[in-house]
Ligand binder design. Structure first.
Ligand code: HEC
Ligand code: HEC
Ligand code: HEC
Length: 113
């Protein structure tokens, strides 16, 4: 009786874990973020997910939706360069200073003219 219950719970847990894994939408692997005259910015999305683990480091500021940064900038909810300064460059600089693996910090390394 007892072991049957434990078996049932284990099976249910594996099933739920599998279900939540299948339901995660990690979005595109590689992206290009538009940034007006400054030139588009290449963004390796999945590489960041693997390095950082926490989706909300970025998706606290904008939803998990293609084009959401551009939409929020147009609505005025996000200021121009807010994502760049408060997320991309801020994190890269902090990690570089801490001697951890990081990303580009100079304009032309991100903006392809
Ligand atoms: C370092 C920043 C960062 C992290 C961390 C991050 N994302 Fe994103 N994500 C972005 C950016 C930038 C976009 C593009 C937004 C746009 O198009 O305006 C995006 C878009 C998306 C989209 C919509 C685009 C598409 O291709 O469908 C999904 C879904 C998504 N992310 C899921 C996730 C999940 C799940 C995680 C965590 C496992 C995650 N993201 C972690 C930056 C990040
Ligand atoms: C780590 C990558 C990165 C670096 C380094 C970087 N940028 Fe950006 N920049 C972005 C991203 C992503 C955007 C679009 C999101 C936003 O507006 O915050 C952007 C947006 C901009 C915009 C706004 C364009 C618009 O029309 O809204 C300007 C201007 C700009 N960057 C100039 C610069 C300059 C000048 C430098 C060097 C001092 C620089 N960027 C360095 C990633 C970067
Ligand atoms: C919270 C920290 C964090 C944020 C936010 C972040 N990055 Fe990064 N970025 C990293 C780390 C860590 C690496 C190094 C990843 C690796 O080496 O696997 C990296 C690497 C990169 C690289 C180089 C990838 C390569 O090896 O070719 C680019 C380009 C880049 N980031 C662009 C961006 C842009 C654009 C944004 C903003 C939309 C951004 N990052 C936001 C932490 C961050």
């Amino acid at each position: 009786m007892r072991s049957g219950m434990i078996l049932f719970i284990s099976v249910a847990m594996v099933w739920i874990a599998g279900l939540s894994l299948a339901e995660t939408n990690n979005g595109a692997k590689e992206m290009v973020i538009p940034s007006g005259n400054q030139g588009d910015v290449r963004f390796p999305h999945h590489q960041h997910q693997e390095a950082l683990k926490d989706c909300m480091l970025c998706h606290d500021l904008f939803p998990q939706q293609a084009g959401s940064i551009q939409d929020l900038k147009q609505k005025g909810t996000l200021a121009q360069k807010q994502v760049m300064n408060k997320l991309c460059v801020k994190c890269h600089k902090a990690r570089k200073d801490a001697g951890e693996k990081s990303g580009p910090v100079t304009c032309t390394q991100c903006h392809a003219k």
